[in-house]
Design a protein around this ligand. Structure first.
Ligand code: SAM
Length: 255
C-alpha cells in the first residue's frame, strides 16, 4: 500500500518532504511556463472545473476556504472568481517559499481593486496546518496532494481542520487505461520529461512527475482511503479521459 511521495534518494518522510520542497523552490521561476506548455493549457480547464464544482460554498461571503499546496496560485485565482466582493479572504498555503511568493503576486490584496476578493498567502506544511480544528468550510488542493510524504496523514489533517460537513476537493493526475492510456503514457513518461528538461535545464522535477503519478493510489484506492479517514460521499470525477480527476468528500459529523 502506498503511503506517500517518494522522491529518489529520500529514505524517510522528512527527507521526502525536504526533497519536494527544494524541487519546487528550484523550478518556481519556470513553473507556470512549463505547466501551460506541457498540458497545452488544459490545466486551466481543470482548475476552472474544480472551482465551479464548489461554487455554492465559494459564493458564501463568510465561507472559510483553504487552497493547500497553492504553489504559484492558479487554482486560487480560479476559486477567487466565485468569491463575492467583500468576501472573507481565501487562505492560500504552500511550504515552498519560491512558489508561494509568485502566487502571492497574483492573488494578494495588493493586486486587487477595493472590495474585490483576494487571498492571503500562508507558508505552511499541509501535514501540520497552523489552523484551528473544525474551522474551515472548504479545502481544495490542485496537483499538490500527490506530493505529500504521507497521504493518510494528509487526509486526517484536512479532516481535523474542516468543520463537520466541510468539503474537500483534491485535483490530481491519474493514469488512464485502454488505448488512450497507452498513448498518453508514451507522452507522459518520455516526451514530457524531455521537454521539461529542455526548458528547465534539469532532469529531476519532470522525471519525478510521471514517477509520482505512477506511485499515487489509483482512484478506487484513494476513494477507499478517504472513506477510512472520515469523509462521507467520497468520489472521483475523471477529467479529460481520466488524465486528471477530482476527488471529493465531505467531513463526516463524527470524525
Ligand atoms: C505541482 S505544484 C501545484 C501548484 C498549484 N496548486 C497548481 O495547481 O499549479 C505542487 C505544490 O505543492 C506544494 N507542496 C507539496 N507538499 C507540500 C506540503 N507538505 N505542504 C505544503 N505544500 C506542499 C509544493 O511546494 C508545490 O508548490
Amino acid at each position: 500500500m502506498t503511503t506517500g511521495a517518494k522522491p529518489v534518494g529520500a529514505e524517510d518522510e522528512a527527507a521526502a518532504a525536504r526533497a519536494v520542497q527544494q524541487m519546487f523552490d528550484a523550478i518556481a521561476p519556470r513553473y507556470d511556463l512549463l505547466n501551460h506548455v506541457l498540458s497545452a493549457n488544459v490545466d486551466r480547464l481543470w482548475w476552472w472545473r474544480t472551482a465551479r464544482r464548489f461554487r455554492t460554498v465559494l459564493e458564501r461571503p463568510d465561507a472559510a476556504v483553504l487552497d493547500i499546496c497553492c504553489g504559484t496560485g492558479d487554482m486560487t485565482m480560479a476559486l477567487l472568481k466565485h468569491r463575492p466582493a467583500g468576501a472573507r479572504p481565501i487562505l492560500a498555503a504552500d511550504f515552498a517559499r519560491g512558489m508561494l511568493s509568485r502566487g502571492a503576486r497574483k492573488f494578494g490584496a495588493g493586486e486587487r481593486k477595493a472590495g474585490q476578493a483576494y487571498a492571503v498567502p500562508l507558508e505552511a506544511d499541509a501535514l501540520h496546518l497552523p489552523l484551528r480544528s473544525g474551522s474551515l468550510d472548504l479545502i481544495v488542493s490542485a496537483f499538490g496532494f500527490r506530493n505529500l510524504a504521507n497521504y493518510e496523514a494528509g487526509l486526517r489533517e484536512f479532516n481535523r481542520v474542516l468543520k463537520p460537513g466541510g468539503q474537500l476537493g483534491i485535483l490530481d493526475f491519474s493514469e488512464p487505461g485502454g488505448l488512450m492510456g497507452k498513448a498518453y503514457a508514451v507522452y507522459f513518461r518520455r516526451v514530457l520529461p524531455a521537454i521539461g528538461r529542455a526548458i528547465c535545464g534539469e532532469d529531476g522535477p519532470y522525471s519525478y512527475l510521471p514517477r509520482s503519478v505512477g506511485n499515487f493510489p489509483a482512484p478506487a484506492e484513494m476513494v477507499k482511503l478517504m472513506g477510512a479517514t472520515g469523509y462521507t460521499d467520497a468520489a472521483w470525477q475523471p477529467y479529460t479521459f481520466g488524465i486528471a480527476g477530482l476527488y471529493t468528500g465531505t467531513r463526516s459529523a463524527v470524525a
